[in-house]
Ligand binder design. Structure first.
Ligand code: NAD
Length: 293
């Protein structure tokens, strides 16, 4: 069994590490905040990242953003890595940061993958995450079994950074669609249409989407939607905003025309500015409702 060093045992990282432990992988973890649940699940906490790197075959990072990943990798992980070890970053960090990580890894003579995920905390707990993987295909093939412990779908996306590229394109589209569905509900209500009537038609019509029938932003229409539990335990607006900003930075850098992506980014920024960053992103429906006559 490969020994895993897991850095970042937060909302996503902890259940991913626990799933690796459950399948028999020795996991040594590190986080800047104490994580007793990791030790209760059988994990061992490293006193320093250098110790974790010394004892692991594969190093996985699940950190808040690109700055954190690059800081940790450049200063504390890569200088201690040996040939044959692999660093896999599963955080959402955007394309330039991922390509920088690959370049740094190459300078140190070790292999790297960018392997961001979709599926949320529920998917991390149930080991049903979808991984989007960028890097050398042979490295992906060698890491396939380990990734499969944490996810049910592994998609090889191509060369370095392409996993992050797929991730931000997907999330940009998801962010736009959530707003489109929210605006349709706001308009329907303004026109005197019962929201259940609109839902019934849209759910079997051309507006059918994950944002409507799985994570409906209107409370009470879909039982397990975050909106039906007061916009908690979903995908926070602040995280949506982070991904939308990464997509817009990529659009600017690459010359892609993403008009709605830009507008959607501004709207999530307004929601965050209004103090709604911690709420599920479906809160955009309430924000738009409050702005309507
Ligand atoms: P989180 O804030 O819950 O966890 C991040 C963890 O990293 C925390 O425990 C924090 O203490 C730790 N950390 C921060 N800096 C550190 C450092 N220098 N060294 C060691 N540990 C450090 O965030 P999360 O929700 O687990 O998200 C992690 C990543 O996954 C993010 O990049 C996020 O965008 C991405 N993601 C999150 C979700 C989701 O639904 N939460 C879904 C898909 C992708």
């Amino acid at each position: 069994m490969q020994r895993i060093g897991f850095i970042g045992l937060g909302a996503m990282g902890l259940p991913m590490a626990v799933n690796l432990l459950a399948k028999g992988h020795p996991v040594i973890g590190f986080d800047t905040v104490a994580k007793p649940a990791f030790e209760r699940a059988g994990g061992r906490v490293a006193s320093a990242i250098s110790e974790l790197v010394a004892e692991a075959d594969i190093i996985i990072t699940m950190l808040p953003n690109g700055a954190a990943v690059l800081d940790v990798a450049a200063d504390q992980v890569l200088p201690h890595m040996r040939p044959g070890q692999v660093i896999i970053d599963c955080s959402t960090i955007g394309v330039p940061s991922a390509r920088k990580l690959h370049a740094l890894a190459a300078e140190h003579g070790v292999a790297a993958l960018d392997a961001p995920v979709t599926g949320g905390v529920g998917g991390a707990q149930a080991a049903t995450l979808t991984f989007m993987i960028g890097g050398e295909e042979a490295v992906f093939t060698a890491m396939r079994d380990v990734l499969a412990v944490m996810g049910s779908k592994l998609v090889y996306a191509g060369s370095a950074g392409n996993g992050q590229a797929v991730k931000i394109c997907n999330n940009m589209a998801a962010g736009i669609i959530k707003i489109a569905i929210s605006e349709a509900f706001v308009l329907a209500r303004q026109l005197g249409v019962d929201e259940r009537v609109f839902f019934e038609v849209a759910a079997s019509g051309s507006a059918q989407s994950f944002a409507l029938t799985r994570t409906c932003p209107v409370p009470g229409l879909v039982e397990n939607s975050p909106s039906s539990r007061d916009y908690t335990n979903g995908f926070a607006t602040s995280l949506m905003l982070k991904d939308m900003v990464l997509a817009q930075e990529a659009a600017m850098a690459s010359g892609a025309a993403t008009v709605l992506g830009g507008a959607a980014t501004h709207l999530y920024q307004l929601c965050a500015n209004a103090g709604l960053g911690d709420r599920d992103n479906g809160i955009v429906y309430q924000f738009l409702s409050a702005k309507s006559a």
